[in-house]
Ligand binder design. Sequence first.
Ligand code: TYD
Length: 418
Amino acid sequence: MYKTHQTCRACGYGPPPSAIYSKCDDGKQKLLSVLDLGVLPLPNAFRKAGEPRPGHYPIELLVCPRCKLGQLSAVVDPEVLYSNYPYVTSPSHMMQDHFRALWKRVNLERKIETVVEIGSNDGLCLESLVHMGAQRVMGIDPASNLAELAQARGVITLTSVFDRKAADMVSAAMPAIDLVLARHVFCHVDDWEDFIHNLLWLCSRETLVCIEVPYAQNTIDECQWDQIYAEHLSYLTLRSMEYLLDCSPLRLQAVQSFPIHGGAIALFLRRNDSEVKRHDSVQAYLDAERCALSDWERFALVARDQITNLKLLVRDLRDQGKSVVGYGASAKSTMWINCMGLNEKDIGCVYDTTPQKWYTTIPGTKIPVVPHGSFYADKPDYAIVWAWNFLPEILEKETRWRQDGGKFIVPVPEIKML
Ligand code: TYD
């Protein structure tokens, strides 16, 4: 159900995958293990009573001493991870603002008319781009339940993982692609060389590729340890991308950060023979990037403190007779609840707006996920914001509850009450 991966997927550092006698034995060529969270359930395995559960998997973060890429030591079979996938892009204001900002950026050098999105989820992004002026769009996503939602909004979607066959089919259907978008999908990919190779089949000299991922620098600086879970195989540094693309026909042409998902970075790639020059932003970001091994190690220590401190706070509130719930049944909520070892006596339930998650339980627990609508009627005393990446709009939405005495607990970057 999973395989181990001990070699850096960006720069190749570490023992070769099949080595029986490797330099690994003398410790010199090992990726460094910085955070071992033990064996945990899949974070998006929200299941109803009686539905089969996909089991538990090791979550250990390794860091490459050379390019500072963070990656998981275990790669779960994608079939297990994605065949029943409840994650849908949050249709929030922040997300719509992000799509607008992204659209403005990708149109800077040349007007974009045709867009292909890899990992297009329920088609929300492509639909928004059409409203903003894209003429032709097409999505690729392996989850058939999501592809159906996308088709229902009029977004043509190929139900497939992004492999060579899918690349061929898309390039046949869309001969001139101005923009290839891959939002929060590259960090889910195990074989990066293969991905880049397949990407090339979609790229002409003029094509712009935009890969958006959480940025390791943010993960470290904001101690967003709860983004480390089975689906996120890699935690990208720019240095790792430079290594990866070194011998490929694609190059890093520009970089820009965006506030979405608690701090993401968009990597703009073009073919080496493109006439568009490398933007100053690439060097500026490379110069500013730290992500040293010592930074990763410090991050791991703070993460452990955060877990202990939130657990103590919840137990303390419970002992005072207060009701504590979760707000947002995100993958992050699964990580927190399981790493804290809390149960349904500690966290009464988790409210969420996604119908696909309602009446399931938080993976690994009996804590129910309930519709957001009952939040007002239930009037809990404390709600832990596990969709903290949408905090500003959540605060705005729940003004009345807060005025009535309800308190939010925000766990990242440090625990605070609002
Ligand atoms: P998200 O942060 O997008 O991702 P991940 O699962 O990768 O950590 O998940 C946010 C979850 O929170 C999602 O299930 C929708 C839910 N949510 C609410 O319940 N209320 C809200 O106001 C928002 C913005 C999200």
